[in-house]
Design a protein around this ligand. Structure first.
Ligand SMILES: CCCCCCCC/C=C\C=C\CC(=O)SCCNC(=O)CCNC(=O)[C@H](O)C(C)(C)COP(=O)(O)OP(=O)(O)OC[C@H]1O[C@@H](n2cnc3c(N)ncnc32)[C@H](O)[C@@H]1OP(=O)(O)O
Length: 282
């Protein structure tokens, strides 16, 4: 579905038009909302879970925006009320090995494309962001979250009987510090907005994250020279990305070996049943 949020009468932008055409097929849309500022909107009901195709599409859109020199700020948001992203699509974990490899490779690529974006990126979270949903937010440069206490954010992988991949755990450590990350990871804590703000997992709470993110982009971030923003990002992220590329193949093998263990598969099936039971109780 195309979101025609091109509310600012900017010059014709062929790249964005092309993205909109691609996006009409699947679950993300791209629109320029202000000169230099693009919304990337996730809309894969019911919960924006990251399936293979969703990861690939989001990556593809980000790669096209990266090449578009007219865009220097990306606002990542969801149009599903109460949800930013539910993280990886758990049903993908029960697929055959070839598909698992393709899936994890696409997820790795999404991390590279978002964490490694040269543009400034802002996560506008109007709802929950567990696990890989939190990864999307952690990969952005700035996080604005709803103040609605129903929303939760964090790395809850341990509650599924799995662990976050090392590079995601590292993102958490880089953001909230080692000790808080360590406790969060083994407890699988999902934080309410005020708690997330208190530990530095998000940067701001606002009742309207989209409005606030656009205000920040235009009134604050665009006033900082673009090349300086990009160079500052390189300072803090280049080392992590280099390490990630070196470890990428090992990470893929590690994931497949881990996720296909009988004990892990049993845990995951149990977790999916819990989700279904919770829904039936509603
Ligand atoms: C030693 C080191 C080893 C390292 C090895 C590395 C291994 C790493 C492996 C994996 C990493 C994983 C990262 C992840 O992202 S795992 C995913 C974690 N996500 C979650 O736990 C979120 C679960 N979902 C929820 O909590 C809720 O759904 C919520 C997002 C809060 C929304 O709640 P609500 O609005 O009430 O919606 P429902 O719960 O009713 O759900 C609606 C339907 O959506 C389905 N659903 C929800 N989440 C997922 C998901 N992540 N994947 C697939 N499907 C999901 C849910 O079952 C409902 O489906 P249906 O309508 O068919 O019943």
């Amino acid at each position: 579905m195309i979101r025609s949020a091109l509310s600012y009468p900017s010059k014709k932008n062929l790249v964005l038009q092309c993205l909109r055409r691609m996006s009409s097929l699947v679950s993300t849309s791209v629109s320029e909302v202000h000169p230099g500022v693009a919304h990337v909107t996730m809309h894969s009901p019911p919960v924006n879970s990251l399936s293979l195709s969703f990861c690939q599409e989001l990556s593809q859109n980000l790669q096209v925006i990266h090449k578009d020199k007219s865009i220097d700020i990306i606002l990542l948001q969801s149009d599903i009320p109460g949800i930013f992203s539910a993280g990886l699509d758990i049903k993908e974990f029960t697929q055959p090995k070839e598909r698992l490899m393709e899936f994890w490779t696409a997820f790795q690529q999404l991390y590279i494309d978002l964490y490694g974006a040269s543009q400034t990126t802002i996560a506008c979270m109007e709802g929950s962001a567990p696990a890989a949903g939190c990864m999307l937010a952690l990969s952005c440069d700035y996080r604005v979250m709803t103040s609605n206490t129903k929303a939760k954010i964090g790395l809850n992988e341990s509650l599924l009987g799995i662990a976050a991949p090392p590079w995601l755990a590292q993102q958490m450590m880089d953001t909230v510090g080692s000790r808080v990350a360590e406790l969060s990871l083994w407890r699988g804590t999902l934080y309410a907005p005020e708690q997330a703000l208190a530990i530095g997992l998000v940067d701001e709470l606002h009742e309207n994250p989209r409005e606030r993110a656009l205000e920040l982009a235009v009134a604050e971030f665009q006033k900082i020279p673009r090349q300086a923003r990009a160079a500052s990002k390189t300072l803090t992220r280049q080392k992590r990305l280099k390490h990630f590329h070196q470890e990428r193949q090992a990470d893929l093998e590690h994931f497949v070996n881990f996720i296909t263990q009988d004990a892990v598969q049993t845990q995951l099936r149990g977790y999916l049943q819990q989700l279904a039971a919770k829904k039936n109780k509603k």
